[in-house]
Write a protein that binds this ligand. Structure first.
Ligand SMILES: Cc1ncc(COP(=O)(O)O)c(C=O)c1O
Length: 387
């Protein structure tokens, strides 16, 4: 049976070159980067190469890069760190209603300890309008956090314009670039951001490692206290193999960015076209053009997304749905509801996300299998009416 992996926004395969670079640091080069002997020097050298690779990828300087345990921790560090550091200047934070839970739940926590959070609405394509942000800014706003690209619908934001609005009002700007890394150019100067979150496992690197870019001079407090690693901002012995891995993943993403984007663009467009041509009333969620090169998110009326995922899995195709499932309830995605989908259509969504490791054969196989599955579910659905 074919095995086709189209869930690259959940995680990606680790690139063999990344594995090769990491291996020695699980074996003979096991030193602690803080140790004074040669084992320590070897580890420290590896950490500083990894930091340079991440910095080059972002157009930053190495001292502006802090390693974390992943995208979630980077988001927590950015939001909590700046909120507390600027507490005397104001207690207002602005974010969007379609952020990842790593941001939304951190904001919910900050609300319990005296901060006020505004959750900006988005338009029907998932875009945050700079004018909406402008209207929400207050004298007490210290931080704005808006994701570069959405993990469910792939809509990308004009970060430069949004950051300018924040700066005009004296606020700092953070962006979660976990999904845009490797799919859009990420230059902190042209984006104009003060903080930016990255995660290793979304860019063919290992899990459990991420980075936070913090522009030099940005006020920020640690959320993890201890031995003072990462210049006091994130204590804990450095994850040397992880740092080597995320460094190499960034280097590869940087080197092959244009080739990768054009390959994924082609596959994405073929997938959207193939599905639209073969499945009646397939609706593309998100922005038609301002979207990630690797994201296809479509809703099929009369179909239950989770049942479709299981059916696809039986055909060897790994995909995901926008709805989160707990044992008793199927909850529609907050992102799909925020762009105006009704509950039923939100529960009938399918997310197919690509990477540079996919092929046109994967796309053809998916287009071959999907229409019959959708037709079968619709034939059984009392809700389905062909228009
Ligand atoms: C936009 C976004 N932010 C943050 C995260 C969390 O990253 P990590 O899994 O590295 O904690 C994810 C992961 O799905 C994501 O898509």
């Amino acid at each position: 049976m074919n095995r086709v992996y189209l869930d690259n926004s959940a995680t990606t395969a680790v690139d063999p070159r990344v594995i090769e670079a990491m291996m020695p640091y699980f074996g003979e080069r096991y030193g602690n980067a803080s140790s004074l002997h040669s084992f320590g020097h070897e580890a420290l050298e590896a950490v500083s190469i990894g930091r340079k690779q991440v910095a080059t990828f972002l157009g930053a300087t190495p001292k502006e890069v802090y390693f974390t345990a992943g995208g979630t921790e980077s988001d927590n560090m950015a939001l909590q760190g700046v909120a507390y550091a600027r507490k005397e200047e104001g207690n207002h934070i602005i974010t969007s209603s379609i952020e990842h839970p790593a941001v939304l739940e951190t904001c919910a926590f900050l609300e319990t300890v005296g901060f006020e959070v505004t959750y900006l609405p988005v338009d029907t394509t998932g875009r945050v309008l700079p004018s909406t942000l402008e209207a929400a800014m207050t004298e007490r706003t210290t931080l704005v956090s808006i994701m570069h690209a959405n993990n469910e619908i792939g809509t990308t934001q004009d970060i430069r314009d949004l950051a300018r609005v924040a700066h005009d009002h004296g606020a700092l700007f953070h962006t979660d670039a976990v999904q845009s890394a490797g799919k859009l150019p990420l230059d902190v100067e042209s984006l104009g951001v003060d903080l930016l979150s990255l995660s290793g496992h979304k860019i063919h690197g290992p899990k459990g490692i991420g980075a936070l870019y913090v522009r030099e001079g940005t006020p920020i407090k640690p959320v993890v206290y201890g031995g003072g690693h990462e210049r006091g901002l994130r204590s804990s012995t450095e994850n040397v193999p992880g740092i080597v891995g995320v460094g190499m993943a960034c280097e590869l993403a940087h080197t092959y960015l244009d080739v990768d984007i054009s390959l994924m663009n082609q596959m994405r467009d073929a997938l959207i076209e193939g599905i639209s041509d073969t499945i009646p009333q397939a609706v593309l969620n998100g922005h038609p053009t301002e979207r990630l090169c690797n994201n296809v998110n479509m809703s099929f009326a009369g179909v239950e997304g989770e049942a479709l995922i299981l059916s696809l899995d039986r055909a060897g195709i790994a995909a995901s749905t926008g709805s989160a499932c707990s044992s008793k309830t199927s909850k529609a995605s907050h992102v799909l509801l925020a762009i105006g989908l009704d509950q039923a259509l939100a529960l009938g969504s399918l997310r197919l996300t690509l990477s540079r490791m996919n092929t046109m054969e994967d796309i053809a196989y998916t287009i071959e299998k999907l229409p019959a599955m959708v037709a079968r579910f619709r034939a059984m659905s009392p809700l389905w009416k062909e228009e």
